[in-house]
Design a protein around this ligand. Structure first.
Ligand SMILES: [Zn+2]
Length: 307
């Protein structure tokens, strides 16, 4: 009993000192969180979560694998979390990619998200087809990893109400689209209470991507813009979602078709991760963000299944 009490007291003390440290070091942060408005309505730190989700889309077999593997390794080496968008129909045959995903998953660093069965626009499919495809993705995820996912990243960020109804049947809790495709209310980690839509799903859209899209090109977004956007969204929602694509980090030789890792772009990624962590912004999976803002019944549910 005594040992138990000491344990509980130690944990509480650790948590308190951690949050105090977080507050006091804000002033010296490289990323200045004082700028912008405080949406919490008081003068405390802008959010309890103060976090960013790295969303890594288009994980699949034999696809810009140098970049896929290097990025996953980067998060493993730094002992940081990343949320992987897996395209399930084309995942599982490439043992190098699959083993890397399993390695990060086993270490508790990779959150596994469904990024469709095939990489198609689900909003253009009839209900029955959406049902078939998404449950096929769910079944394959369970067969490979022994557990399903509670997060859906719609390919092209496109979805409709039918998608949401199908996701709800599959017990999906989080949808991460983008601000152009998702006009519903967004989850706000600075508020408590249930903020899901009528299907019971939380909406956490990406807030910025690591690269832009222009015709067939992927122009660079300056790292300071990425950091600035992250800060702004944390002030507004308590979190930010930063999306990566493997193809941006991969150079393809036009003659031979050979893919090589773009080391300069990898340096940018390392820089962004280092700047965020130096500023005491936590890198977390989607389900962690959702557990920050909801303190009511249902939260326990998510914690139990987040394993
Ligand atoms: Zn995609």
């Amino acid at each position: 009993m005594l040992i138990w009490t000491i344990c509980v007291v130690s944990i509480i003390t650790f948590c308190l000192s951690n949050s105090i440290l977080n507050v006091s070091t804000h002033a010296s942060s490289i990323i200045d969180l004082k700028q912008g408005s405080n949406t919490t309505g008081n003068n405390s730190t802008p959010s309890f979560c103060n976090c960013v989700v790295f969303r890594f889309d288009d994980i699949q077999d034999y696809y810009h694998r140098n970049a896929q593997l290097a990025i996953m390794d980067e998060f493993i080496q730094k002992n940081q979390s990343v949320s992987l968008g897996l395209i399930m129909h084309v995942f599982g045959n490439d043992s190098e990619v699959k083993d890397k995903v399993k390695e990060g998953f086993a270490k508790g660093l990779f959150e596994l998200d469904l990024h469709g069965w095939d990489h198609i626009n689900y909003s253009q499919l009839p209900e029955k087809t959406q049902e078939e495809f998404l449950s096929a993705a769910d079944i394959k995820m369970r067969s490979i990893f022994g557990k399903g996912s509670e997060i859906f990243i719609p390919p092209y960020n496109s979805f409709n109400n039918t998608t949401l109804a199908v996701l709800s049947d599959l017990k999906i809790k989080v949808l991460s689209s983008d601000k152009f495709e998702d006009s519903m209310a967004y989850f706000n980690a600075t508020k408590s209470g249930n903020q899901s839509d009528i299907y019971g799903i939380y909406h956490l859209p990406q807030t910025i991507e690591f690269n832009d899209w222009y015709k067939d090109e992927m122009p660079k977004i300056p790292v300071n813009d990425i950091l600035g956007n992250t800060t702004k969204n944390i002030l507004k929602y308590g979190y930010a979602v930063l999306t990566l694509h493997p193809q941006y980090f991969s150079n393809v030789n036009e003659t031979t078709g050979q893919e090589t890792l773009d080391k300069e772009k990898m340096k940018d990624l390392t820089f962004v991760i280092d700047q965020l962590t130096a500023s005491h912004i936590k890198i977390v999976p989607f389900l962690k963000v959702v557990s920050c803002g909801t303190t009511e019944v249902g939260n326990e549910d998510k914690r139990e299944t987040n394993k």
